[in-house]
Design a binder for this molecule. Structure first.
Ligand code: ADP
Ligand code: ADP
Length: 229
């Protein structure tokens, strides 16, 4: 059995009388420890997939299996526990708390988590040990994204979900962030899923799932993902 499986997943949003088919029978699998890129144009359904996988929303029909559990059957309480303990989120615009320091931002994320990692070790792992007392406004965009990655990793999640993690960064800084995510995936055996509309990023995925109009258009395995040094 695969670590993650989407089996014939549909998501239909209702807005008044209008139905929007965001996912129309999506199927794919992801292995444990895989670095997966979900690519596609704006409106293709990428965020919908990430929201369902992260337990932030529920499918209309279909099955979603994560680590042997059918999360598509979970009630809200179970979904909250799942989201809190099993999933780390990284966003395009970092979403740090501005009046907390780097360390406090990471610490906050670990507070209600079952089995968090050591805060200072995690900050060191993203290369920010000299920045622990700084506030977000005192560090660069790339450093803020590193804090966001540390915050997500400190929860000791099974899956790291990244929504356009380099979208607000310049090319070189973005490359460094992708490298950090890739190395983290391989060294810590965390499954990483990155959504992007940037095809250059796709070349880095062990697996690239292309979505179009709510359906999987293609799934490509890269034997030798493009190196990002
Ligand atoms: P992507 O992330 O690839 O840009 P999304 O998953 O955000 O795509 O959106 C897929 C489709 O679902 C789009 O047509 C979008 O407008 C629609 N959609 C997304 N979220 C909602 C929502 N909360 N309510 C209504 N329609 C939505
Ligand atoms: P709390 O545990 O404080 O009640 P939640 O259960 O709502 O918070 O969220 C648990 C985790 O899911 C947190 O790490 C939070 O950052 C993330 N999360 C919750 N809602 C969203 C959302 N709409 N978008 C992105 N991440 C979210």
């Amino acid at each position: 059995m695969s670590f993650i499986e989407f089996r014939n997943v549909w998501k239909i949003y209702r807005m008044g009388n209008v139905k929007i088919k965001a996912l129309t029978g999506t199927n794919f699998t992801i292995d444990e420890g895989e670095f997966v890129v979900i690519a596609g144009a704006s409106g293709a359904g990428k965020s919908t997939i990430l929201n369902l996988l992260g337990g932030m929303d529920s499918q209309t029909t279909g099955k979603i299996i994560v680590d042997g559990k059918e999360i598509s059957e979970y009630n809200n309480k179970k979904l909250t526990t799942y989201r809190r303990n099993d999933i780390g989120f990284v966003f395009q615009f970092y979403n740090l708390v501005q009046n907390l320091t780097v360390r406090e931002n990471v610490e906050l994320a670990t507070q209600i988590v079952k089995d968090p990692l050591d805060i200072d070790e995690t900050i060191k792992a993203v290369g920010l040990e000299d920045r622990i007392s700084n506030f977000p406004s005192q560090i660069s965009g790339g450093e803020q994204q590193r804090v966001a990655i540390a915050r997500a990793l400190a929860k000791n999640p099974k899956i790291l979900l990244c929504d356009e993690p380099t979208g607000a960064l310049d090319y070189n800084t973005g490359k460094q962030i992708l490298k950090l995510l890739y190395d983290t995936c391989k060294e810590k055996k965390v499954t990483v899923v990155v959504i992007t509309h940037n095809l250059a990023i796709s070349a880095m995925g062990d697996k690239v799932i292309k979505v179009k109009n709510g359906a999987v258009e293609s799934i490509t395995l890269n034997e030798n993902p493009v190196s990002i040094d």
